[in-house]
Design a protein. Structure first.
Length: 271
C-alpha cells in the first residue's frame, strides 16, 4: 500500500511541475537573456530557469513550510520535517535556449535520504511522468492518456538503443566522445537528447533500451531514476554502486549489466 504522505508529496510535485512547465513554455521571451554561467560558457543559466525554480520552491513552501530544498539554481535548506525536495527547474537548458523541444521540469521528494516520489514534466511533448516508491511508474500525454509504464524487454546488446549525454567541460566531453566511439559498434545505435530527466523517462516508457551519463548532479536524476526503477528498469553507477556523479546507468534487465560492464572496462567514469 502506498504511503499517504508519499501520495501527498507526489500531488504537490505534479502541480508545481505543471505550473513551472506552463511558465517556461508560455513565458519564454523571444530575446532570452543569459543571467549567468554554470560550469563553462557553453552551459547557460537563463532568466526563465531561475524564475521556474522560484515558482516551484514558493509553491512547495506554501504547502509544506518545514521541508528542505536542493535546487540546481541555488535553493538549499535543511528543513526540519525529514522531507527534502530535489529540483531541476529546467533540465535541458541549452535545448530551451535554442528553441528545441526536449527539456523538462524535474521534481523529486526525498524522505530521510531516499527518493519516495518523483515527477518529470515535458511540456513540449505534452507528457508527464511520475512515480511513488512501491507504486509503479505512470505516464500521461495527449496521445496515449494515463498509462502504466514498463521498460522494454531485454534485448541483445547489439540490438539495444542507448542514449547518453556530454559534459560542457571540454576535456570531460572529449573523453566521453572516446567512450561513445568505442561503444557505438557494439550497440544498435546511440542517441543524445540533451536532457537526463527525459532520457530516464524514455527508458521507463520503453523508448530506449538504456541510458548512461557521467557528471550528473542529484537534481538531474532524482525523479527520473525513481520513475525508471518503478517501471522495471535497473539503475546504478559503477558496479555495486548507486547512480552518482561518476556514472549513472539505467537500462532494461538484460541490457543493464553488459552495458555497465562495458562502461567500466572503457573507463567511462575517469577524469
Amino acid at each position: 500500500m502506498t504511503d499517504p504522505l508519499h501520495t501527498e508529496l507526489l500531488e504537490l510535485a505534479k502541480e508545481a511541475a505543471r505550473r513551472a512547465g506552463e511558465l517556461l513554455r508560455d513565458g519564454r521571451p523571444a530575446d532570452l537573456a543569459v543571467a549567468a554561467t554554470k560550469s563553462s560558457p557553453i552551459d547557460v543559466v537563463t532568466e526563465m530557469d531561475i524564475a521556474a525554480e522560484k515558482l516551484i520552491t514558493g509553491y512547495l513552501s506554501e504547502h509544506r513550510p518545514d521541508d528542505g530544498f536542493l535546487g540546481e539554481e541555488g535553493a538549499s535548506s535543511e528543513g526540519g520535517s525529514g522531507i527534502r525536495w530535489v529540483i531541476d527547474p529546467l533540465d535541458g537548458t541549452v535545448n530551451y535556449l535554442y528553441g528545441l523541444p526536449t527539456w523538462a521540469v524535474s521534481i523529486a521528494a526525498e524522505q530521510d535520504g531516499e527518493t519516495v516520489a518523483g515527477v518529470v514534466e515535458i511540456p513540449m511533448r505534452g507528457e508527464t511522468y511520475h512515480a511513488v516508491r512501491g507504486g509503479g511508474a505512470w505516464g500521461s500525454g495527449a496521445r496515449e492518456g494515463e498509462r502504466a509504464l514498463s521498460c522494454r524487454p531485454a534485448a541483445p546488446l547489439d540490438r539495444a538503443l542507448v542514449s547518453t549525454g556530454f559534459n560542457y567541460v571540454t576535456e570531460v566531453r572529449a573523453h566521453q566522445a572516446d567512450v561513445a566511439q568505442r561503444l557505438i559498434p557494439l550497440l544498435r545505435d546511440i542517441r543524445r537528447s540533451g536532457s537526463a530527466a527525459v532520457d530516464l523517462c524514455d527508458v521507463a516508457a520503453g523508448r530506449l533500451d538504456g541510458y548512461y551519463e557521467r557528471g550528473l548532479h542529484p537534481w538531474d536524476l532524482a525523479a527520473g531514476d525513481l520513475i525508471a526503477r518503478e517501471a522495471g528498469a535497473l539503475t546504478g553507477g559503477r558496479p555495486g554502486e548507486r547512480p552518482a556523479r561518476d556514472l549513472t546507468v539505467a537500462a532494461a534487465p538484460g541490457v543493464f549489466e553488459p552495458l555497465q560492464r562495458l562502461l567500466e572496462d572503457f573507463g567511462a567514469w575517469h577524469d
